[in-house]
Design a protein around this ligand. Structure first.
Ligand code: DOR
Ligand code: ZN
Length: 352
């Protein structure tokens, strides 16, 4: 059944664009659909100061030339981050948040935080200056089962942090559990969560049942079906605490299809089509705009985009994006489990 929907042009509040040839190849896929994105700082070496963030931003603008795309930058929190850097970031219109990676939790997180107590003075300053903290919410502990690492992080790290600093604005990134949905939903203020498209579509069965499928592997890893259903309910609820962050995270097949393959799913080219499909199947298309184009901007205190897109449901299945060839390396885009029928069209009008 054909159909169409006009929404404010969406934003992506959690995006990995990488650098160099990879950046050039993957960034247009985001810039085509999204007006703004919050760019993750986990390059090698990570983006830990305002000057490097500006230089990275300039490379992103170069890679997305011809598109109306405004990248907002983040700084990678290390245990030796200086208060001066935080003060400079809080004043800078292009810097939106500081990202906390527990050391060892995921791709390029080795320089992250081992002990939150050691960054408390920095977090206090951020609370005072109103600079938000974006968190990869998983504990790094061999004794904790990988499927429980988000839940345990909430209980042992996030809840004590929120009690100690209730004024700190926090985004729990890429939530994957009912526990996270409930925790964010029950909080009174200053806490939001991003949800990816892939965590709304896949469970751990997609990764592990009937053969191991590295293109579905990311961190936090997809959980069981009850958790996926809680995420779908949250995303389609209209609750402004939940907003879209793709966590689109491209890796070459050489890096993914290895004995120790990288975590990350490259969803940028299909993210909006996937979301339209999900919201449509939940009879919640009227709430898609809030999730992709309003709630995140409001959380970060930014104006809404002025331009719009039209999502169109076609009778014929849309063709899936072809793998990218990046300097001889293949990068495969997310392969959703159900066929995609939605396409994205631009409406005239420009954002500044
Ligand atoms: O799957 C993931 N990939 N999770 C992360 O937190 C990082 C990301 C990446 O940079 O590849
Ligand atoms: Zn990420």
């Amino acid at each position: 059944m054909a159909g169409q929907l006009s929404i404010i042009r969406p934003d992506d509040w959690h995006l990995h664009l990488r650098d160099g040839v990879m950046l050039k190849a993957v960034a247009p896929a985001s810039a085509m659909h999204f007006a703004r994105a919050m760019i993750m700082p986990n390059l090698v070496p990570p983006i830990t100061d305002v000057e490097s963030a500006h230089q990275y931003r300039a490379r992103i603008l170069e890679a997305t030339k011809g598109h109306d795309f405004n990248p907002y930058m983040t700084l990678y929190l290390t245990e030796d981050m200086s208060p001066g850097t935080i003060r400079a970031a809080a004043k800078d219109a292009h810097l939106l948040a500081v990202k906390l990676y527990p050391a060892g939790a995921t791709t390029n997180s080795a320089s992250g935080v081992r002990d939150i107590a050691r960054v408390m003075p920095i977090l206090e300053l951020m609370a005072e200056l109103g600079l938000p903290l974006a968190i990869h919410g998983e504990v790094v502990d061999d004794a904790v089962d990988i499927f429980d690492r988000e839940k345990v992080f909430i209980e042992t790290q996030l809840e004590p942090l929120r009690r100690a600093l209730p004024d700190l604005r926090v985004v729990l990134e890429h939530i994957t559990t009912k526990d996270a949905v409930d925790y964010v939903g029950a909080s009174d203020k200053n806490l939001g969560a991003t949800i990816t498209a892939h965590h709304l579509l896949i469970t751990r069965n997609h990764i592990l049942a009937g053969g191991i499928r590295p293109h579905y592997y990311c961190l936090p890893v997809a959980k069981r079906e009850t958790h996926r259903q809680a995420l779908v309910a949250a995303a389609t609820s209209g609750n402004p605490r939940y907003f879209f962050g793709s966590d689109s995270a491209p890796h070459s097949d050489t890096a993914k299809l290895a004995p120790c393959g990288c975590a990350g799913i490259f969803t940028a080219p299909v993210a909006m089509a996937c979301l339209a499909e999900i919201f449509d199947s939940e009879n919640a298309l009227d709430r898609l705009e809030g999730f992709t184009s309003i709630h995140g901007a409001e959380f970060y205190g930014l104006p809404l985009n002025e331009s719009r897109i039209t999502l169109r449901r076609n009778d014929a299945q849309a063709s899936l994006p072809l793998p990218l060839d990046i300097g001889g390396e293949r990068v495969v885009a997310f392969d959703p489990t159900r066929p995609l029928y939605w396409s994205v069209e631009h409406e005239h009008g420009h954002d500044g």
